[in-house]
Design a protein around this ligand. Structure first.
Ligand code: TYC
Length: 112
């Protein structure tokens, strides 16, 4: 993406009437995105995982069930893509919720 910084040219920085507005192209980097991954295990109940996906990732029941089954069969699935701060929050929420219910469910994040 191209962005333009609007600045005053060096020779015309004063507050005289000769001020000129100069547009310089600058590289604006979009912030990196992070995948949030849910990992399979042998003990967490399927219904608990479905509930986690509904509660923290805004999925409806059918979507949540499908994603849960993907994790169950493949071992891992991406359950969302977020900014670093939101991804960290989601991981912390899931890990805390699982811990409080004494399930070994694991949730991690990685740079996309
Ligand atoms: N494998 C679990 C079971 O058979 C279900 C499960 C699915 C656990 C997804 C974790 O992220 C997970 N009860």
């Amino acid at each position: 993406m191209t962005a333009w910084n609007v600045t005053m040219s060096d020779e015309h920085e004063g507050d005289d009437d000769a001020s000129v507005v100069v547009e310089t192209r600058s590289k604006t980097k979009r912030p990196p995105l992070y995948k949030v991954l849910l990992l399979n295990d042998d003990y967490t109940p399927m219904e608990f995982v479905v509930h986690v996906l509904e509660r923290f990732f805004g999925m409806n029941h059918a979507q949540a069930f499908e994603v849960m089954l993907t994790v169950h069969k493949k071992g891992v699935a991406v359950v969302g893509v977020f900014s670093h701060e939101i991804a960290e929050t989601k991981v912390a929420q899931v890990m805390d919720f699982a811990r409080r219910h004494q399930h070994p469910l694991q949730c991690t994040m990685e740079k996309e």
